[in-house]
Design a protein around this ligand. Structure first.
Ligand SMILES: [Zn+2]
Length: 266
Protein backbone atom coordinates (compact mmCIF):
# COMPACT_ATOMS: atom_id res chain seq x y z
CA UNK A 1 0.00 0.00 0.00
CA UNK A 2 1.41 3.35 -1.09
CA UNK A 3 0.95 6.38 1.17
CA UNK A 4 2.24 9.85 0.28
CA UNK A 5 2.58 12.83 2.60
CA UNK A 6 2.36 16.08 0.65
CA UNK A 7 3.72 19.18 2.35
CA UNK A 8 2.89 22.54 0.78
CA UNK A 9 4.54 25.98 0.76
CA UNK A 10 8.30 25.39 0.72
CA UNK A 11 9.73 28.63 -0.67
CA UNK A 12 12.45 31.26 -0.25
CA UNK A 13 11.13 31.71 3.31
CA UNK A 14 11.67 28.08 4.37
CA UNK A 15 14.63 27.06 6.49
CA UNK A 16 15.93 23.47 6.36
CA UNK A 17 15.37 23.20 10.12
CA UNK A 18 11.67 24.05 9.65
CA UNK A 19 11.26 20.94 7.49
CA UNK A 20 13.44 18.82 9.74
CA UNK A 21 11.46 19.83 12.82
CA UNK A 22 8.09 19.17 11.19
CA UNK A 23 9.09 15.65 10.12
CA UNK A 24 11.32 14.58 12.99
CA UNK A 25 9.14 11.49 13.59
CA UNK A 26 9.73 9.83 10.20
CA UNK A 27 11.84 6.71 9.61
CA UNK A 28 14.86 7.08 7.36
CA UNK A 29 13.23 5.22 4.48
CA UNK A 30 10.23 7.58 4.35
CA UNK A 31 9.75 10.33 1.79
CA UNK A 32 7.89 13.65 2.09
CA UNK A 33 6.61 15.29 -1.10
CA UNK A 34 7.29 19.01 -0.96
CA UNK A 35 5.27 21.31 -3.16
CA UNK A 36 7.46 24.32 -3.83
CA UNK A 37 6.68 27.96 -4.72
CA UNK A 38 9.43 29.33 -7.01
CA UNK A 39 8.81 33.08 -6.55
CA UNK A 40 6.78 33.35 -3.34
CA UNK A 41 5.17 36.49 -1.97
CA UNK A 42 5.54 36.97 1.79
CA UNK A 43 1.81 37.26 2.42
CA UNK A 44 -0.75 34.50 1.96
CA UNK A 45 -4.11 36.11 2.65
CA UNK A 46 -3.45 37.46 6.14
CA UNK A 47 -0.54 35.17 7.01
CA UNK A 48 2.90 36.70 6.80
CA UNK A 49 6.04 34.64 6.15
CA UNK A 50 8.17 34.47 8.13
CA UNK A 51 5.88 34.99 11.09
CA UNK A 52 6.10 38.17 13.07
CA UNK A 53 8.60 39.87 10.79
CA UNK A 54 8.17 43.10 8.99
CA UNK A 55 8.87 42.18 5.40
CA UNK A 56 8.66 44.12 2.17
CA UNK A 57 6.06 42.97 -0.32
CA UNK A 58 7.59 41.48 -3.46
CA UNK A 59 8.47 38.25 -5.23
CA UNK A 60 11.15 36.25 -3.44
CA UNK A 61 13.15 33.93 -5.67
CA UNK A 62 13.96 30.58 -4.06
CA UNK A 63 17.35 30.81 -5.86
CA UNK A 64 18.36 33.33 -3.19
CA UNK A 65 18.01 30.78 -0.39
CA UNK A 66 21.16 28.81 -1.17
CA UNK A 67 21.16 26.92 2.13
CA UNK A 68 17.68 25.55 1.40
CA UNK A 69 18.56 24.59 -2.18
CA UNK A 70 21.67 22.67 -1.10
CA UNK A 71 19.65 20.90 1.57
CA UNK A 72 16.84 19.97 -0.84
CA UNK A 73 19.25 18.66 -3.48
CA UNK A 74 21.02 16.48 -0.96
CA UNK A 75 17.80 15.11 0.56
CA UNK A 76 16.28 14.52 -2.84
CA UNK A 77 19.33 12.43 -3.75
CA UNK A 78 18.82 10.38 -0.58
CA UNK A 79 15.18 9.83 -1.50
CA UNK A 80 13.91 11.79 1.52
CA UNK A 81 12.05 14.42 -0.50
CA UNK A 82 10.04 14.38 -3.68
CA UNK A 83 9.74 17.80 -5.33
CA UNK A 84 6.53 19.22 -6.83
CA UNK A 85 5.48 22.60 -8.24
CA UNK A 86 3.14 24.73 -6.10
CA UNK A 87 1.98 27.64 -8.26
CA UNK A 88 4.30 30.50 -9.11
CA UNK A 89 4.03 33.15 -6.40
CA UNK A 90 1.10 31.89 -4.25
CA UNK A 91 -0.29 35.39 -4.41
CA UNK A 92 -3.91 35.97 -3.41
CA UNK A 93 -6.08 38.76 -4.71
CA UNK A 94 -8.83 40.44 -2.72
CA UNK A 95 -11.89 40.56 -4.93
CA UNK A 96 -15.61 40.71 -4.31
CA UNK A 97 -15.04 40.56 -0.55
CA UNK A 98 -13.01 37.37 -0.59
CA UNK A 99 -9.49 36.13 -1.24
CA UNK A 100 -9.04 34.57 -4.66
CA UNK A 101 -6.22 32.03 -5.06
CA UNK A 102 -3.48 32.40 -7.66
CA UNK A 103 -4.66 29.89 -10.29
CA UNK A 104 -8.13 31.47 -10.30
CA UNK A 105 -7.36 35.18 -10.68
CA UNK A 106 -4.42 35.04 -13.06
CA UNK A 107 -5.14 35.20 -16.78
CA UNK A 108 -4.32 32.38 -19.18
CA UNK A 109 -1.64 34.61 -20.70
CA UNK A 110 0.05 35.18 -17.37
CA UNK A 111 -0.13 31.50 -16.39
CA UNK A 112 1.22 30.47 -19.79
CA UNK A 113 4.29 32.59 -19.13
CA UNK A 114 4.75 32.00 -15.42
CA UNK A 115 4.14 28.29 -14.89
CA UNK A 116 6.62 26.98 -17.50
CA UNK A 117 9.09 29.56 -16.24
CA UNK A 118 8.66 28.50 -12.59
CA UNK A 119 8.91 24.81 -13.47
CA UNK A 120 12.14 25.22 -15.47
CA UNK A 121 13.59 27.50 -12.80
CA UNK A 122 13.06 24.89 -10.05
CA UNK A 123 14.23 22.03 -12.24
CA UNK A 124 17.49 23.82 -13.02
CA UNK A 125 18.11 24.88 -9.43
CA UNK A 126 17.26 21.50 -7.96
CA UNK A 127 18.65 19.43 -10.84
CA UNK A 128 15.57 17.29 -11.16
CA UNK A 129 12.44 16.99 -13.26
CA UNK A 130 9.10 17.93 -11.75
CA UNK A 131 5.98 16.18 -12.96
CA UNK A 132 3.27 16.98 -10.38
CA UNK A 133 1.47 20.27 -9.89
CA UNK A 134 -0.27 21.41 -6.70
CA UNK A 135 -2.50 24.49 -6.85
CA UNK A 136 -2.20 27.09 -4.09
CA UNK A 137 -5.23 26.78 -1.80
CA UNK A 138 -6.13 23.65 -3.84
CA UNK A 139 -8.06 26.01 -6.15
CA UNK A 140 -7.79 25.48 -9.85
CA UNK A 141 -9.93 25.90 -12.96
CA UNK A 142 -10.09 24.93 -16.60
CA UNK A 143 -7.63 27.57 -17.78
CA UNK A 144 -4.87 26.63 -15.31
CA UNK A 145 -5.47 22.93 -16.02
CA UNK A 146 -4.86 23.61 -19.73
CA UNK A 147 -1.42 25.05 -18.86
CA UNK A 148 -0.65 22.00 -16.70
CA UNK A 149 -1.57 19.81 -19.66
CA UNK A 150 0.78 21.75 -21.95
CA UNK A 151 3.51 21.13 -19.39
CA UNK A 152 2.65 17.41 -19.37
CA UNK A 153 2.18 17.46 -15.63
CA UNK A 154 -0.24 15.57 -13.40
CA UNK A 155 -2.32 17.19 -10.70
CA UNK A 156 -2.53 16.51 -6.97
CA UNK A 157 -5.45 18.07 -5.21
CA UNK A 158 -9.01 18.23 -4.13
CA UNK A 159 -11.28 18.12 -7.11
CA UNK A 160 -13.95 20.82 -7.38
CA UNK A 161 -17.07 21.25 -9.51
CA UNK A 162 -17.27 22.73 -13.03
CA UNK A 163 -13.56 23.42 -13.19
CA UNK A 164 -12.48 21.17 -16.06
CA UNK A 165 -12.97 21.31 -19.80
CA UNK A 166 -16.14 19.42 -20.65
CA UNK A 167 -15.50 16.36 -22.83
CA UNK A 168 -16.37 12.69 -22.67
CA UNK A 169 -13.63 11.88 -20.17
CA UNK A 170 -14.79 14.72 -17.95
CA UNK A 171 -18.38 13.45 -17.98
CA UNK A 172 -17.32 9.90 -17.16
CA UNK A 173 -14.98 11.05 -14.39
CA UNK A 174 -17.56 13.48 -13.07
CA UNK A 175 -20.20 10.78 -12.63
CA UNK A 176 -17.65 8.40 -11.15
CA UNK A 177 -16.37 10.81 -8.55
CA UNK A 178 -19.68 12.33 -7.54
CA UNK A 179 -21.40 8.94 -7.48
CA UNK A 180 -18.66 7.71 -5.19
CA UNK A 181 -18.89 10.78 -3.03
CA UNK A 182 -22.61 10.48 -2.57
CA UNK A 183 -22.35 6.87 -1.43
CA UNK A 184 -19.10 6.87 0.55
CA UNK A 185 -19.11 10.56 1.60
CA UNK A 186 -15.46 11.03 0.68
CA UNK A 187 -13.49 12.43 -2.24
CA UNK A 188 -12.89 9.92 -5.02
CA UNK A 189 -9.89 7.69 -4.32
CA UNK A 190 -7.55 6.67 -7.10
CA UNK A 191 -6.26 8.24 -10.28
CA UNK A 192 -8.64 9.95 -12.70
CA UNK A 193 -7.41 10.05 -16.24
CA UNK A 194 -8.48 13.17 -18.16
CA UNK A 195 -6.61 12.18 -21.32
CA UNK A 196 -3.91 14.84 -21.29
CA UNK A 197 -3.34 14.83 -17.54
CA UNK A 198 -4.17 12.72 -14.50
CA UNK A 199 -5.43 13.71 -11.07
CA UNK A 200 -5.14 12.18 -7.65
CA UNK A 201 -6.98 13.56 -4.68
CA UNK A 202 -5.11 14.51 -1.50
CA UNK A 203 -7.06 14.18 1.74
CA UNK A 204 -7.14 16.95 4.31
CA UNK A 205 -5.70 16.07 7.70
CA UNK A 206 -8.63 17.06 9.87
CA UNK A 207 -10.14 14.10 11.69
CA UNK A 208 -8.54 10.83 12.71
CA UNK A 209 -11.56 8.56 12.27
CA UNK A 210 -12.42 10.03 8.88
CA UNK A 211 -8.84 9.68 7.62
CA UNK A 212 -8.65 6.05 8.71
CA UNK A 213 -11.93 5.46 6.90
CA UNK A 214 -10.46 7.10 3.76
CA UNK A 215 -7.27 5.08 4.12
CA UNK A 216 -9.20 1.83 4.37
CA UNK A 217 -11.21 2.65 1.24
CA UNK A 218 -7.99 3.40 -0.68
CA UNK A 219 -6.47 0.16 0.58
CA UNK A 220 -9.49 -1.85 -0.48
CA UNK A 221 -9.40 -0.26 -3.94
CA UNK A 222 -5.61 -0.80 -4.10
CA UNK A 223 -4.94 2.88 -4.83
CA UNK A 224 -2.47 5.27 -3.16
CA UNK A 225 -3.57 7.22 -0.09
CA UNK A 226 -2.35 10.84 -0.21
CA UNK A 227 -2.66 13.33 2.65
CA UNK A 228 -1.51 16.94 2.70
CA UNK A 229 -0.33 19.40 5.29
CA UNK A 230 2.08 22.34 5.76
CA UNK A 231 5.35 22.24 7.71
CA UNK A 232 4.63 25.69 9.20
CA UNK A 233 1.34 24.37 10.52
CA UNK A 234 2.99 21.30 12.05
CA UNK A 235 5.52 23.56 13.74
CA UNK A 236 2.95 25.94 15.21
CA UNK A 237 -0.04 23.71 15.92
CA UNK A 238 0.68 20.84 18.29
CA UNK A 239 -2.69 19.22 17.66
CA UNK A 240 -2.11 19.12 13.89
CA UNK A 241 1.27 17.45 14.36
CA UNK A 242 -0.10 14.90 16.84
CA UNK A 243 -2.86 13.99 14.40
CA UNK A 244 -0.41 13.50 11.53
CA UNK A 245 1.81 11.34 13.73
CA UNK A 246 -1.16 9.25 14.81
CA UNK A 247 -2.20 8.60 11.21
CA UNK A 248 1.40 7.93 10.23
CA UNK A 249 1.80 5.37 13.03
CA UNK A 250 -1.42 3.67 12.00
CA UNK A 251 -0.51 3.27 8.33
CA UNK A 252 3.08 2.25 9.04
CA UNK A 253 1.91 -0.42 11.50
CA UNK A 254 -0.49 -1.57 8.83
CA UNK A 255 2.49 -2.15 6.53
CA UNK A 256 2.13 0.90 4.26
CA UNK A 257 5.12 2.40 2.50
CA UNK A 258 5.61 6.20 2.59
CA UNK A 259 6.46 6.94 -1.04
CA UNK A 260 7.10 9.98 -3.27
CA UNK A 261 3.82 11.41 -4.55
CA UNK A 262 5.22 11.48 -8.12
CA UNK A 263 5.53 7.71 -7.92
CA UNK A 264 1.81 7.34 -7.18
CA UNK A 265 1.08 8.40 -10.77
CA UNK A 266 3.39 5.74 -12.21
ZN1 LIG B 1 0.04 26.61 -0.39
Amino acid sequence: MKVAIRDDDTSYFTKPEDLQKAYDFLRKEDCVSLSIVPFAVPVHRDDVFPYGKDIKFGYYDIADNVELLEYLKEKKKQGKYDLLLHGYSHEYKWDDNKWIAEMKWKSLDQLNKELPNGKIHLEKLLRTSISVFVAPNNSIDEKAISVIEELKMDYSGIIGVRDRKINLKYVVNFSKRWGFRLIKKIQYPGIMNYGKHRELNAYTIDDYERLIYEYKICKKKKVPFVIYTHYWQLNTDEKAKKLLEKIYNYVVEDGAEIVPLSRCFK
